[in-house]
Design a binder for this molecule. Structure first.
Ligand SMILES: NC(=O)c1ccc[n+]([C@@H]2O[C@H](COP(=O)([O-])OP(=O)(O)OC[C@H]3O[C@@H](n4cnc5c(N)ncnc54)[C@H](OP(=O)(O)O)[C@@H]3O)[C@@H](O)[C@H]2O)c1
Length: 337
């Protein structure tokens, strides 16, 4: 399977690392031989029809900072759309940064690949939260696979889990902690009695919160994931503007202490159901499955047959998120065969 990776940051590099680590396993278990034929970052691209060396890709990016400096096959200045025209491939792995204003350039990358008859895997929430139906329709029209497990909860399996393991169930609602940064902040505030401002500052110093934390702390990131779950699992054709959103920036250490006295925790919870599309701080019991700490994500799916099913997992991380992308690639490979 010939793969193009657009974006070579934490997730793109995780994908290359996993392909390098799992080569023998993928071949022996699935008869799958993934070949990375092109990689693109903002400096340009590296392209080779016989396949690029994963370890050399990683070495080039970490050592020189630019994938276009890949020996012999690097092309400085070549942009992502050009790359899609330049070389024959089977599957696009789209892992550029999330944009929630217009979803670009990811939306254009995905549509171009699909219109060219290529399967697509992405971890990028932006275009899914803004234009889910357009992208799903485009995949259908062009008879290609479109998979995005990593876009919700990173390594926490939820989309494929809902579609495959719970295939016979009607899923009525989904609610969960879908943002690791806010869970980390709220967990530390509860454990240490620290203020929101101080905890956010420390989370930023540790690289857990972004320099501009707006999308995480104001609930926008979780709202994007609620939109994806609502569309993909509940069949609700909604977009980001349909979600009621309140973040955690007004939560005080006093309110957390008060909740704690009652055996409760404050968590940022997202909910998707036909009656509610919402992200807001809510109270959960200390012993409940929602009492997860640190950057963990958790989600409960309420079903007609299996009652409630809860999944927990790492919502971020290079190799962790790549695990979801690889699972999508394997699933596409199985279907194509
Ligand atoms: N990190 C996680 O744990 C995680 C988990 C779940 C989902 N996601 C999502 O996965 C996506 C990738 O995340 P990340 O953490 O890997 O981001 P990242 O570390 O910021 O990497 C983004 C990469 O995209 C490249 N890029 C930016 N604009 C581009 C363009 N126009 N054409 C080609 N490449 C471009 C960047 O190039 P330069 O290297 O030259 O800057 C960089 O290599 C995001 O949408 C994110 O929301 C991330």
């Amino acid at each position: 399977m010939k793969i193009i990776i657009l974006g070579f940051g934490a997730v793109g590099q995780g994908v290359a690392r996993v392909i390098s680590m799992k080569k023998d396993y993928l071949r022996s278990k699935y008869n799958l031989n993934p070949k990375i034929v092109a990689v693109c970052d903002r400096s340009g691209a590296a392209i080779h029809e016989d396949g690029l060396d994963e370890e050399l890709l990683l070495e080039t990016k970490t050592g020189k900072g630019k994938i276009s400096l890949y020996p012999e096959y690097g092309i400085p200045g070549m942009d992502s759309l050009q790359v899609l025209d330049e070389i024959e491939y089977d599957c696009l792995v789209e892992v550029t940064p999330t944009d929630i204003d217009d979803g670009e350039p990811t939306r254009s990358h995905i549509i171009k690949a699909m219109e060219g008859g290529k399967d697509v895997v992405t971890s990028n929430k932006g275009p899914l939260a803004l234009s889910f139906q357009e992208l799903a329709d485009c995949a259908k029209t062009n008879n290609v696979e479109f998979k995005f497990e990593a876009s919700v909860g990173g390594a926490m399996p939820i989309l494929n889990f809902a579609h495959e393991n719970l295939a016979g169930c009607h899923i009525e609602s989904i609610y969960g902690i879908l943002n690791g940064t806010t869970n980390y902040i709220l967990s530390r505030m509860a454990n240490e009695g620290s203020s929101y401002e101080q905890t956010l500052k420390e989370a930023q110093e540790m690289g857990i919160a972004e320099t501009d934390p707006y999308q995480d702390v104001e609930g926008v990131d979780a709202a994007c994931k609620i939109v994806i779950l609502a569309n993909s699992v509940l069949n609700l054709p909604v977009t980001l503007k349909d979600v009621e959103v309140e973040g955690i920036s007004r939560i005080t250490s006093e309110s957390i202490a008060l909740a704690k006295k009652e055996g409760l925790l404050i968590k940022l919870i997202g909910e998707a159901s036909p009656n509610a599309l919402e992200v807001s701080p809510r109270l959960v019991s200390q012993g409940s499955p929602f009492a997860v700490e640190g950057t963990l994500n958790v989600a409960t799916l309420k079903t007609d047959l299996a009652d409630e099913v809860t999944v927990v997992g790492k919502g971020a991380g290079s190799v962790e998120t790549a695990s979801a992308i690889i699972s999508d690639i394997i699933s596409i490979w199985k279907r194509r065969r």
